[in-house]
Design a protein around this ligand. Structure first.
Ligand code: NAD
Length: 283
């Protein structure tokens, strides 16, 4: 029988646990989100993050900057937030408008406030399997969901479709650190089905609907669908042909209700961890 890996229930439990921890603190964790421009998907993500941060009892601040924001004013805001002792986590919502280069900004965020784990220091720590200040939220959420369902990672063949700096690359490190044998496929990969059919754990993060079909999946594999495709009717779809695959796989994540909520829960967990790191260092 196929198990649906319910990310929403898992994420809700994590958030309740965070809320309880926060209620026992004398201090309040602070999360600052920077949104540049009016990308509709980004605006929805930022609103969801704010809702969950408020639920957890955080001090949540959104900085909405106009689409034509200059490099200088964005750098100034990051610098201000780096110095603000009420802020523990700084999140720069991606993608940025085309005139701004993401990598001009990610390394300006204090690595100890880098709640997304995208700073080169945190990426390097992950590569070296030394504890980063924060681990990227989506990959961290995937590992947490697998572990919550007692899905063995060690010794398994894990195949990731997608090599982005946000999902595929950090996830490959986390899986490797958990002793999986990891393959990363991407848009130039040849004979993709031959590779995916060997996966005990198959993760797809491309943003292409029906990227993963039943013929590409090994029987009883675990399928993790990271993709988010917003259809014209507003409904969300993932990369995976869920209906066709759910009877082949032993575990599968839905979209929505799978990795999306786990990502937000990990963002809140990272914020709390950075807050605790700061307060404990001060003691
Ligand atoms: P990206 O565009 O940076 O990367 C996409 C990757 O997919 C690339 O590495 C590319 O080589 C690969 N790819 C594209 N077409 C392919 C093909 N035909 N065959 C093999 N590989 C192919 O995207 P990203 O930022 O990593 O996001 C990927 C998807 O995951 C998007 O739909 C995004 O919205 C979603 N996402 C979801 C969450 C979440 O919380 N659930 C978080 C981050 C991203």
């Amino acid at each position: 029988m196929t198990t649906i890996l319910d990310g929403k229930t898992c994420a809700d439990k994590i958030l309740d646990n965070i809320k309880e921890q926060v209620s026992k603190l004398d201090t309040t964790p602070g999360l600052a989100v920077i949104l540049v421009g009016n990308n509709p998907a980004s605006s929805i993500y930022v609103k969801n993050k704010e809702k969950k941060a408020q639920y957890a009892g955080f001090n949540s601040i959104i900085h909405k900057l106009p689409k034509n924001t200059t490099k200088e004013s964005l750098l100034n805001l990051i610098e201000k937030l780096n110095k603000d002792c009420n802020i523990d986590g700084i999140l720069l919502q991606l993608p940025l408008p085309k005139h701004l280069n993401t990598y001009d900004f990610l390394d300006k965020i204090d690595p100890k406030k880098d709640v997304d784990g995208f700073h080169p220091i945190n990426a390097g720590k992950l590569l070296l399997n030394e504890k980063p200040y924060a681990i990227p939220c989506t990959p961290k959420g995937i590992i947490r969901l697998l572990k919550t369902h007692n899905i063995q990672i060690e010794g398994k063949n894990a195949v990731i479709i997608g090599r982005s700096n946000i999902v595929g690359k950090p996830l490959s490190m986390l899986l490797l650190n958990e002793n999986a044998t990891v393959t990363i496929a991407h848009s130039k990969t040849k004979n993709l089905p031959e590779i995916t059919k060997k996966a005990d754990i198959l993760i797809s993060a491309t943003g292409t609907e029906n990227m993963v079909t039943a013929e590409m999946v090994k029987k009883n594999a675990t399928i993790i669908d990271v993709g988010i495709i917003r259809k014209d009717d507003g409904k969300l779809r993932g990369d995976v042909d869920f209906d066709a695959i759910k009877d082949v796989a032993s575990n599968i994540t839905p979209v929505p209700g799978g990795i999306g909520p786990m990502t937000i829960a990990m963002l809140m967990e990272n914020t709390l961890e950075l807050h605790l790191l700061k307060t404990r260092t001060k003691e």
